[in-house]
Design a protein around this ligand. Structure first.
Ligand code: FCB
Length: 469
């Protein structure tokens, strides 16, 4: 067993998202979002679960801040529900909603915990979807207005502003495969959504720069580590194509100031990208203080040979429509285990690889891991404890993988475990538990799992015992 020591300055945090924990969806003037509509549509979520009550965090936020303090964390990543602070997505702001986040932010600051606020973790006001959603350019302009409202109210009390969480999911799962809200299956709309999310990021980023000049600016991407099934040219080209859709469609405009040429060429049969206007790409490339990276598992692809049975084991849910626009010749292969309860393969070295790639391509860009964690079928033992050894093992290996990347020069400054609490896991409802703290959904009682105790020790000491792979 090797030992890794993290410096005092390294940030240990936990992450959540509004719709997954808050509940109280009709309280104090909150308007409906696409996730309310989607989860209330029969057949969309496992067991018909919705976020109506979730972990009741809207009422229990003070207790939850207590857990963050007791864990000894130095940062908390949460998201602001757009429909809570601006119910219709344009025009009038809702003071009661702003007050909720203002209390939360002040509560964190009083406890010495850095607020890391995500502006958009997938809960688009329904009115904006009715007007075209992310496929419409107007939505990016509305996002700029929303950003000005919340940054104006919370300003630099928020330590780090994150514009978007995983725009890959918003665009492709929301508009191409339809396994996320709003559940559309329109490939051209998905690519338009990619661009309008990027544009929203650039516009909101500039709002942060202007209204909260001392706050840090970030975005969170779920970057894919894509491996070829063989070294053949065709398989390597499959990797290139998926890398363009998954990674470079966002990294390109955000960090290089332009869309990659191969992405535009690959998708020419679906769209001519005429929704990208003169000057947009430069606008999107607002410099970031820190790039947020979410990582859970890796991806294995091969070029389809035209005869083998198709394989779509990409880990992104079952749908008859693919999220991979214009990539019909690519197969996603099942990976060797072990797996989490999401069916995702456990591949810590891929995290090291990802961070080193980012260091190579963007050497001066600081990073943080804004999500990493695992769902397992937790069991409450007779002693009332949850001995979630597999989750501890997952966390230990991934934090070790991050440490390996740091040792090789990757500038990773923080780590946020997903998640603080068990919560509404989107299409999988309450069936999949990611928390280091268990939530009993009948009573809303919170119970620390063994992983919470383990994480508390790590945050306190900075000492990680690495098990050899
Ligand atoms: C990410 C999401 C987060 C959570 C985890 C498991 O894609 O950002 O909300 O659902 O996956």
């Amino acid at each position: 067993m090797t030992q890794h020591h993290f410096p005092e300055s390294f940030v240990w945090g936990s992450a959540t998202a509004a719709y997954q924990i808050e509940g109280a969806v009709t309280e104090d003037g909150r308007g409906p979002s696409i996730w309310d509509t989607y989860s209330h549509t029969p057949g969309r979520t496992l067991n018909g679960d919705t976020g109506d009550v979730a972990a009741d965090h809207y009422h229990r936020w003070a207790e939850d801040l207590g857990h963050i303090t007791d864990l000894g964390l130095s940062a908390y990543r949460f998201s602001i529900a757009w429909p809570r602070v601006q119910p219709g997505g344009s025009g009038r702001f809702n003071q009661a909603g702003i007050d909720f986040y203002s209390r939360l932010v002040d509560g964190l600051l009083e406890r010495g915990v850095r607020p890391v606020a995500t502006m958009y973790h997938w809960d688009l006001p329904q009115e904006l979807e009715d007007a075209g959603g992310w496929a419409a350019r107007e939505t990016a302009l509305r996002f700029q207005e929303y950003a000005a409202g919340i940054v104006g109210a919370l300003g630099d009390r928020v330590h780090t502003w994150t514009t978007l969480n995983e725009p890959w999911c918003s665009a492709y799962l929301g508009y191409a495969s339809g396994v996320h809200a709003p559940g559309r299956t329109e490939p051209a709309a998905a690519l338009a959504a990619v661009h309008h999310l990027n544009l929203a990021h650039g516009l909101a980023g500039r709002v942060v720069r202007e209204l909260a000049p001392t706050a840090e600016l970030s975005v969170t991407l779920n970057l894919h580590v894509i491996r070829p099934a063989s070294d053949s040219e065709a398989d390597r080209d499959a990797v290139r194509r998926i890398d363009a859709l998954a990674n470079r469609a966002f990294l390109g405009p955000m960090l290089d100031g332009e869309y990659p040429a191969d992405l535009l060429a690959d998708t020419a049969s679906v769209t001519d990208w005429s929704f990208v206007r003169e000057g947009d790409e430069k606008l999107i490339a607002v410099p970031l203080d820190v790039l947020g990276v979410n990582y859970y598992s890796s991806t294995l692809v091969r070029a389809w040979d035209g005869v083998s049975p198709r394989s779509d084991a990409d880990g992104h849910g079952a749908s008859t429509s693919t999220p991979w626009v214009a990539a019909d010749n690519v197969d996603f292969l099942p990976q060797p285990g072990p797996y989490t309860a999401m069916g995702w393969n456990i591949d810590p070295p891929a995290l090291t690889e990802l961070l080193l790639r980012l260091r190579r391509e963007y050497p001066s860009q600081p990073m943080m891991i804004t999500e990493n964690g695992a769902a397992f079928d937790d069991v409450v033992s007779a002693d009332g404890r949850i001995h979630d050894d597999r989750r501890i093992d997952y966390l230990r290996r991934h934090i070790g993988a991050m440490a390996d990347a740091r040792a090789q020069g990757a500038d990773v400054r923080g780590y946020f475990v997903w998640s603080l609490l068990d919560n509404f896991e989107w299409g999988y409802g309450y069936d999949r538990r990611f928390g280091i703290i268990r939530v009993d959904y009948d009573t809303q009682v919170r119970t620390w799992k063994d992983s919470a105790h383990w994480y508390q020790r790590l945050a306190a000491t900075g000492e990680l015992d690495q098990t050899p792979d």
